[in-house]
Design a protein around this ligand. Structure first.
Ligand SMILES: Nc1ncnc2c1ncn2[C@@H]1O[C@H](COP(=O)(O)OP(=O)(O)OP(=O)(O)O)[C@@H](O)[C@H]1O
Ligand SMILES: [Mg+2]
Length: 284
């Protein structure tokens, strides 16, 4: 539905940020983009919603080459919403309510529909009580959630999120991921970038690793994290849950029939369930 074919991009006067990227976003998937600082993740998202235009190659939307005229860009942004890395690049209205209402109002929706969208977006991000607050007087994590609510209120088909969890407290991250799961359950395609390997491992259907301006690997989490040399070369680490799960499995400390844990919670549950088995094995 959204695809990059041989896309390259350089910022004015700077080194090449993306260098021949091929990446297809599949309908309804949860895709995590990983990569070191400067790998090109934010640039990729800006290309995916038409904010930047490739120097070479093309972006395809529903199979057709993207167009960059005003009308086409407006349609594109309605279908593909981007939440920027820094909320201060995104927020501009005086209050939270006004900021979140901007997108739906601009879509020409009726007043009742706009209200419903705003209420739903604020509740999804658990910030209903902030509605009347001035945006510039919120904490960083609160501003981050408001920026996200503004895009969620537009109900895009594809939601692009640049490091959505960075700067949120643990409960904030849990709420955010729950909100993303709800949106995903309703059919929204979600692409996010993150430096949190465990978050990516626990959440994503598919992982793409960026390095040196290209997709260095893409596939299931298990396939991608298997390649220790690649991760090392790109200055990335395996998720702790992945490492611990495999280590315990190889030592026979997990129940035989259990799938490997993907989240911290699954790991802890497995360890508790495996307790008796493990104790018996160690004893004899
Ligand atoms: N506005 C800009 N002007 C010039 N060069 C830029 C600009 N933004 C990014 N770059 C360069 O483009 C490359 C890719 O940057 P990008 O922001 O896409 O990386 P990233 O993977 O998002 O990194 P991070 O993890 O730090 O957010 C880097 O070499 C960076 O220095
Ligand atoms: Mg970035």
């Amino acid at each position: 539905m959204l695809e990059l074919a041989g896309v390259s991009y350089s910022y004015p006067g700077a080194v090449r940020a993306l260098d021949g990227v091929d990446l297809a976003v599949r309908p309804g998937e949860k895709l995590a983009i990983l990569g070191a600082n400067g790998a090109g993740k934010s640039t990729l998202l800006l290309l995916l919603n038409g904010s930047l235009r490739p120097a070479a190659g093309e972006v395809r939307l529903h199979g057709a080459p993207a167009r960059y005229d005003r009308a086409a860009l407006a349609d594109w942004r309605r279908a593909v919403g981007l939440v920027l890395q820094d909320p201060d690049d995104q927020l501009f209205a005086a209050t939270v309510f006004e900021d979140v209402s901007f997108g739906p109002l601009n879509q020409g929706l009726g007043e009742a529909e706009v209200r419903e969208r705003i209420t739903e977006a604020l509740e999804t991000l658990r910030i209903a009580e902030l509605a009347d607050r001035p945006t510039h007087m919120l904490s960083f994590g609160q501003r981050k959630r408001v920026a996200l609510a503004g895009i969620v209120a537009m109900r895009p088909e594809v939601l692009l999120l640049d490091e959505p969890g960075a700067g949120l407290d643990p409960l904030g991250v849990a709420h955010l991921m729950a909100a993303l799961d709800r949106l995903s359950g309703r059919g929204t395609t979600i692409v996010l970038t993150t430096h949190d390997m465990d978050l990516a491992y626990g959440w994503a259907d598919r992982i793409a690793i960026f390095g040196e301006g290209r997709v260095a690997a893409a596939g299931s989490a298990d396939a991608v994290f298997e390649d220790a040399d690649l991760l090392k070369r790109l200055h990335l680490r395996r998720p702790l849950v992945w490492e611990v799960g495999r280590l315990l499995g190889s030592r026979g400390l997990l129940p035989d029939d259990a799938p490997l844990p993907r989240t911290r919670r699954q790991l802890l549950e497995l360890l508790q369930a495996g307790d008796e088995d493990a104790a018996a094995r160690l004893a004899g």
